[in-house]
Design a protein around this ligand. Structure first.
Ligand SMILES: C[S@@+](CC[C@H](N)C(=O)[O-])C[C@H]1O[C@@H](n2cnc3c(N)ncnc32)[C@H](O)[C@@H]1O
Length: 424
């Protein structure tokens, strides 16, 4: 049975009123949020459905605009950062991906910590916590000699014009040499992040010919097929020019305040590359808020998807794949996430909060939020609520040149936990 949130709050003795009211600020009108309950062996938890954040809200920062498989929108971490952290607090994501939680936290003056087993994640996230001046980027790019001749050891001819490929190969050589010499600086790291992001995509803003979206599985064979179907051949692209253009775009709406927040916290930002359940370098009781979405119960293989990005950065994607959590069985997923919750409990400050996003319902009837509630409890957390953000959208998609307007809903399920005041 479902009831309106206001009625539920008024009548229920089971819930933590102060925390729920904090969560539901502005969502307590009679019709705006609906509550049902998740019953587990140890506890009954309210599950609230509403449009908690919308794309109409304050636009998110252009600094987020880096594609990554299964990333969440910046509005999601912002919702929790606003409610459950203060400037100077540590906000953490153990599965940081492109770094949405970290960037949003740092923009708001929180200390940003993150972890991801995929080393690409740090390459994509860290530089955006310390954005350089555009003139520095321009000067650095003009000082790097990008050759017009040269091939990669792998065949990339289906993606790039020969001169573009030569420029990419020499930029890669420059960056790897700087890394080996220990002389990579913030400007180099920025250039590496932007170039990694520009490798493939479906507009002229990318180095490649039209490909699948840059965050999706792409293989040379598939690309040959796409080229044949679209009767396309890779055209020349100016690598430096495109890096500069994307730099401008990433920095286009950063405010003075956001620049100064980033400057204040970037030195203390931490990006680590460890299994999420064994982050030994993080002290006990040190994280105020965690906002995260784990690898889902499916076969998304983030490293496999990103082989070209890995190649550019001198990373062996097969080795990364082996370390990543890719599970098909619910028991294995529960086992892995149970260990993650124990680790989160160790590093969270007393009364700290964890917001754990599990995506949409899988296979019609598997509600991962219901699976996650007891896992958090077993680790010692108290589950405050499950939030279901139901966002309506209309989007124009353009697939293979055919446009269609699609409306639908974009659902996020987030399980919210709190660590108790006195922990055992
Ligand atoms: C759903 S994505 C997170 C996306 C992120 N919220 C964002 O906005 O970009 C899950 C991430 O978990 C990482 N991952 C997979 N197994 C892991 C493990 N055992 N430890 C840490 N990270 C892992 C993947 O590399 C991937 O980046």
């Amino acid at each position: 049975m479902t009831v309106a949130a206001r009625t539920y709050l008024r009548n229920s003795r089971r819930v933590d009123h102060a925390l729920l009211e904090k969560l539901l600020q502005n969502h307590l009108s009679p019709s705006s949020s609906i509550v049902d309950e998740v019953h587990t062996e140890c506890r009954t938890v309210p599950r609230i459905t509403a449009e908690f954040w919308t794309s109409r809200q304050r636009q998110s920062s252009s600094l987020h605009e880096i594609s990554y498989r299964a990333c969440f929108k910046a509005q999601l971490p912002r919702f929790f950062i606003d409610r459950f952290s203060l400037p100077g607090d540590v906000v953490y994501d153990p599965f940081m991906g492109r770094g949405t939680t970290l960037i949003e936290a740092a923009l708001q003056g929180r200390r940003a910590w993150g972890n991801d087993i995929n080393p690409l994640s740090k390459i994509l996230a860290r530089p955006r916590l310390q954005p350089p001046d555009i003139d520095e980027v321009r000067r650095r790019l003009s000082s790097i000699r990008l050759s017009a001749k040269g091939h990669a050891a792998v065949d990339l001819s289906m993606f790039y014009h020969p001169r573009t490929e030569a420029a990419i190969v020499s930029l890669r050589k420059y960056l790897l040499a700087r890394r080996h010499a220990g002389s990579l600086d913030a400007v180099d790291r920025w250039i590496r992040m932007v170039a990694t992001n520009r490798l493939t995509g479906h507009s002229r803003g990318f180095f490649s010919v039209y490909t699948l979206p840059p965050n999706q599985a792409l293989s040379p064979d598939n690309q040959i097929r796409i080229n044949r179907m679209r009767r396309q051949k890779p055209e020349y692209r100016d690598v430096s020019e495109l890096i500069l253009r994307k730099t401008k775009s990433l920095l286009r709406n950063l405010s003075e305040q956001e620049y100064s927040n980033l400057a204040a916290v970037s030195r203390e930002a931490r990006c680590i590359t460890l299994p999420a359940w064994r982050t030994k370098t993080i002290d006990n009781d040190s994280v105020h808020l965690t906002v995260t979405s784990p690898p889902f119960l499916d076969i998304v293989n983030y490293a496999q998807d990103n082989w070209l990005r890995c190649w550019f950065n001198g990373i062996d994607h097969r080795q990364v794949s082996r370390r990543m959590t890719v599970v098909r069985l619910l028991e294995d997923w529960e086992d892995a996430m149970g260990r993650v919750f124990s680790e989160l409990h160790r590093i969270t400050v007393p009364e700290g909060v964890v917001a754990f996003e599990v995506g949409e319902i899988r296979n019609r009837n598997l509600n991962l939020d219901e699976v996650v509630v007891p896992l958090g409890h077993q680790a010692g957390f108290r589950c405050v609520a499950v939030l279901i953000n139901q966002q309506r959208f209309t989007k124009t998609s353009n697939i293979w040149g055919i446009s269609n307007n699609k409306s639908g809903t974009n659902t996020n399920r987030i399980v919210v936990f709190q660590k108790s005041r006195k922990h055992h």
